[in-house]
Design a protein around this ligand. Structure first.
Ligand SMILES: [Zn+2]
Length: 262
């Protein structure tokens, strides 16, 4: 396990020319350059479903993840991943598969489409893993124990039904894991779960693996620094902390407006 904790996990959202308010949309050209840098520097990508805890890890492992599963993952990320020989893990808010991202705060009215079931099957056949990002992309901390169980356990069952294979990993919405959610993830039969970088109040472990977000304005050297964890000295941490805090505005908006409530 200690080996796995040392594996850098980098996280993307949209790969698109279009910017968005959350600055989580990375330009396709920058994404290709990220992958070129990873390949040229000898990195091997791992996925959770193929991870054998007993096996020796490659010398320079990396796990590449995408939260929210937008269509741009298929359109813009998948061709580049294939070109450079990498596999990724794509985390879906399961109730929104094939739908618009109505769970998100959309300043300016711009909406984005989530991947459909058929598109997920295409990504699976290309070697990528599909994981659960809950049902409705709500902050688990805002939910009752019952609701948490549905987001975590029911999303796994539904996603497995939909794609016809086991779902081994979970990504906490907004990167935030609370202790009950961590326990529920473990008890629901997941093998791994990923969180954000800065929410370390709960101990890191297989059900709370920290990740680093790669944002639109990150340069190549920022990627390098972010790969080289821990990055406390690098001055990036405060900026990224503030960005992730900003993301929580969406969670509060959902709570106030009752978005995602059954
Ligand atoms: Zn998300």
């Amino acid at each position: 396990m200690s080996g796995l904790l040392a594996v850098p996990i980098i996280n993307y959202h949209k790969i698109s020319e279009e910017s968005d308010i959350g600055i989580t949309s990375r330009r396709p050209v920058d994404f290709r350059n990220d992958l070129r840098w990873l390949r040229d520097n000898g990195f091997t990508s791992l996925t959770f479903e193929t991870l054998d805890p007993a096996a020796v890890l490659p010398q320079k492992p990396v796990i590449i993840t995408f939260d929210d599963g937008y269509r741009s993952v298929l359109e813009n990320a998948a061709p580049a991943l294939a070109e450079f020989g990498f596999r990724a893990v794509i985390y879906m808010p399961v109730s929104y598969i094939g739908c618009w991202n109505d769970w998100d705060v959309q300043f300016g009215g711009r909406k984005f489409k989530h991947l459909t079931r058929d598109e997920l099957l295409i990504l699976i056949s290309a070697g990528h893993e599909i994981g659960s990002h809950g049902l409705s992309h709500r902050l688990l901390r805002h939910l009752t124990a019952d609701e948490k169980q549905k987001e975590i356990g029911l999303s796994k069952v539904r996603l497995e039904d939909m794609i016809g294979r086991k779902v081994d990993s979970f990504s906490y919405p907004f990167g935030r894991a609370d202790q009950l959610s961590i326990d529920l993830v473990r008890d629901s039969g997941y093998k791994f779960a990923v969180s954000g970088l800065f929410w370390g109040r709960n101990e890191a472990g297989p059900f709370n693996l920290p990740r680093t977000n790669i944002y639109r304005m990150d340069s190549q050297s920022a990627l390098r620094k972010k790969m080289d964890r821990p990055m406390r000295r690098e001055g990036l941490i405060l900026r990224d902390f503030l960005i992730q805090k900003g993301g929580l505005a969406t969670a509060w908006y959902q709570k106030i407006m009752g978005i995602g409530r059954p």
